[in-house]
Design a protein around this ligand. Structure first.
Ligand code: NAD
Length: 467
C-alpha cells in the first residue's frame, strides 16, 4: 500500500505528466523508438545523438532507423519530439535522462563501457550547473558491476554530487527484439529496474505504469542483480534455441524422426513451454550471441564456470556448418546455391551475426556460385558479402537461378514460395529450415528438404540406420 501510494505521488504529482521532460541519449535502433513511445504517452522528449544526421532526422520527424510503426509514431506525436546536439539544452531542460548508446563487446566477450562513460561525463558536466533532482537511467546492456561501479563514479565526479537524494541512477536494460521494438516497448513481458535508491526506482516505475498501464510487471532490485538478470534471461533463451537445434541435428539422422513433432510435444509441458523451442537455424542479432558469451565471461571473471552458456554457443556456431554440409550433399557439380534471408530475423535490415550471411560466405568460400535475396537487408548484406554473392531482387529470381535454395530467415513471403515458380524441368531442391512448405505440393517440380526431418535429410555416412 505504502509503495503504491508513493508511486502514485511521484507519478501524478511531482513527476506527473504535465511538465515532465525526458532526454534520450542515443537515437539508434532502440533510442528513436523509445523517443517515439514516450512522446506517444504524453511526455515531452528531447533526443541527443553524436550523429548529426540522426538529430536532423528526428527534428524533421523522419525515422533515423527502419523499424515497423516508428515513422507513424514520429509523425503523429511530433509536437512533443525534438532533438539537439547541445548537451546543455538537452539535459538542463529535462528532469530525466535515459542513455541508450552502444556497449560493444571486447575481444574477451565482455561489454565495453566507453560510450556510456563518455555520456556520463557530458551529462554530469551539465548537472554540475543544474540544481534540483535529476534521474539518470542507463538502458545500454552492461557487465555486472558497471553501473554501481565505474558508471556511477564517472557521473558523480562530473556532476560534483553523489548519487542519492538529489541525483538518482537506474539500470533499465531492454529485452526488445528488432523488428518489434514499438510493440515490445508497449507490451513487454516484464520491466527490469536496478535502482540506486527507492526514490529513483519509484519515479521510473511510475513512468512505466503510465506507458504500459497499471498491470506492468516490474522487477526492482540493486544494480548488480539487474545486470546479471539481463544477460541470464537472454542466455536462458539461447539455451532453449540451441537445445531445439541439437534435437534437430539428431532428427536429421534418426530414421522416421521429425523434429517438429518432437518439439511440439515437448513444448506442451508447461515446465518447458513452446516459445523459442523451434528447431531451425542458429540465433543471431545484436543481443543473443553477445549476451550468451558475456554470461560465460562473467562466470570466468568470478572464478566460476558457465558450461551451459559455453555449450549453447558451441551448438550455435555449428549450425551454419550443418546447413553447408546439407547443401554440399545435394548440390550438383558446378551448381548454384541460393540463400533466402540475410537479416538475422524477419522485419529488420540488421545483419549482425546473421546465419544467412554466414551461410552465404561459407558456400562462397567452398567455391560454389551463390545468389541471395532478402526483402530488407540487401544494402548491409552487400557491404559484407561483396561481389562474390549475387544479390537478386526477389525470392523467385533466386530460386529460378539455383540448384539448391536454403530458406534461412523465416520472412513471411518465403512461406508463399509456390510450385509454379519452377517450371523449367531442372532438378532442384529447397532446404526448408523452418518447415513451412508442403513437400507433396512440390512433387515433380522440386524436392523440399525439411531440416530436422530424416525422411528428407540424408547426410551421407552419418545416418543412424534403424533397420
Ligand atoms: N538493438 C537491440 O536489439 C538491443 C536490444 C537490447 C539491448 N540493446 C542494447 O542497447 C544499447 C544500444 O543499442 P542500439 O541497437 O540502439 O545501438 P545503435 O548503435 O543502433 O544506436 C546507438 C546510438 O548511440 C549514438 N551514440 C554513440 N555514442 C554516443 C555519445 N557519446 N553521445 C550521443 N550519442 C551517442 C550513436 O550515434 C547511435 O545512434 C546497447 O547496449 C545494446 O546492447 C540493444
Amino acid at each position: 500500500m505504502a509503495c503504491n501510494a508513493a508511486v502514485r505521488w511521484w507519478g501524478d504529482s511531482v513527476w506527473g505528466l504535465r511538465g515532465m521532460k525526458i532526454s534520450v541519449v542515443g537515437l539508434g535502433k532502440l533510442g528513436s523508438p523509445i523517443v517515439a513511445v514516450l512522446a506517444a504517452k504524453g511526455y515531452d522528449v528531447v533526443g541527443i545523438d553524436a550523429n548529426p544526421d540522426f538529430v536532423e532526422k528526428i527534428n524533421n520527424h523522419i525515422a533515423p532507423v527502419e523499424e515497423p510503426q516508428l515513422q507513424e509514431f514520429l509523425t503523429e506525436h511530433k509536437a512533443r519530439i525534438s532533438a539537439t546536439s547541445d548537451w546543455t539544452e538537452a539535459i538542463a531542460g529535462t528532469d530525466i535522462t535515459t542513455v541508450i548508446v552502444p556497449t560493444p563487446s571486447g575481444v574477451d566477450g565482455a561489454f565495453r563501457n566507453d560510450y556510456v562513460l563518455s555520456v556520463m561525463d557530458e551529462v554530469g558536466r551539465v548537472l554540475a550547473k543544474k540544481s534540483g533532482y535529476h534521474l539518470v537511467v542507463v538502458h545500454s546492456t552492461t557487465m555486472p558491476g558497471s553501473v554501481g561501479g565505474p558508471i556511477r563514479q564517472r557521473l558523480e565526479r562530473a556532476a560534483g554530487r553523489k548519487v542519492g537524494p538529489n541525483l538518482g541512477l537506474c539500470y533499465n536494460p531492454e529485452f526488445i527484439a528488432l523488428g518489434d521494438v514499438i510493440n515490445g516497448l508497449l507490451h513487454p513481458d516484464f520491466i527490469l529496474i536496478g535502482e540506486s535508491d527507492k526514490k529513483a526506482g519509484d519515479i521510473l516505475e511510475a513512468i512505466y505504469r503510465r506507458v504500459i498501464g497499471p498491470q506492468a510487471n516490474i522487477a526492482r532490485m540493486n544494480f548488480v542483480n539487474a545486470e546479471l538478470t539481463k544477460i541470464s534471461v537472454n542466455t536462458y533463451v539461447t539455451m532453449k534455441i540451441s537445445f531445439a537445434n541439437m534435437l534437430g541435428e539428431i532428427c536429421d539422422r534418426l530414421k522416421g524422426a521429425d523434429v517438429s513433432v518432437v518439439a511440439d510435444a515437448i513444448g506442451r509441458d508447461t515446465r518447458i513451454g513452446k516459445k523459442y523451442l523451434k528447431p531451425a537455424v542458429g540465433y543471431g542479432g545484436p543481443c543473443f550471441p553477445r549476451d550468451t558469451i558475456a554470461f560465460g565471461r562473467v562466470a570466468h571473471l568470478v572464478g566460476g564456470t558457465a558450461d551451459l552458456a559455453l555449450s549453447t554457443e558451441t551448438i550455435n556456431r555449428r549450425q551454419v556448418e550443418r546447413l553447408s554440409d546439407i547443401v554440399a550433399e545435394i548440390i550438383p557439380p558446378a551448381g548454384t546455391a541460393a540463400v533466402l534471408g540475410l537479416s538475422y530475423k524477419p522485419h529488420t535490415p540488421v545483419v549482425e551475426e546473421s546465419q544467412g550471411i554466414m551461410l552465404a560466405k561459407a558456400l562462397k568460400d567452398a567455391g560454389l556460385s551463390v545468389v541471395a535475396h532478402d526483402p530488407m537487408a540487401s544494402v548491409p548484406a552487400r557491404m559484407i558479402l561483396g561481389d562474390g554473392v549475387r544479390l537478386v531482387s526477389s525470392a523467385r529470381e533466386a530460386i529460378v537461378q539455383a540448384d539448391v535454395a536454403v530458406i534461412v530467415t523465416p520472412w513471411p513471403e518465403y512461406a508463399q514460395i509456390a510450385p509454379d515458380w519452377v517450371t523449367d524441368g531442372r532438378s532442384r531442391s529447397v532446404v526448408d529450415c523452418w518447415r513451412q512448405l508442403e513437400p507433396d505440393a512440390f512433387e515433380g517440380r522440386c524436392r523440399i528438404v525439411r531440416l530436422g526431418q530424416q525422411e528428407t535429410i540424408t547426410v551421407a555416412g552419418r545416418q543412424l540406420a534403424a533397420e
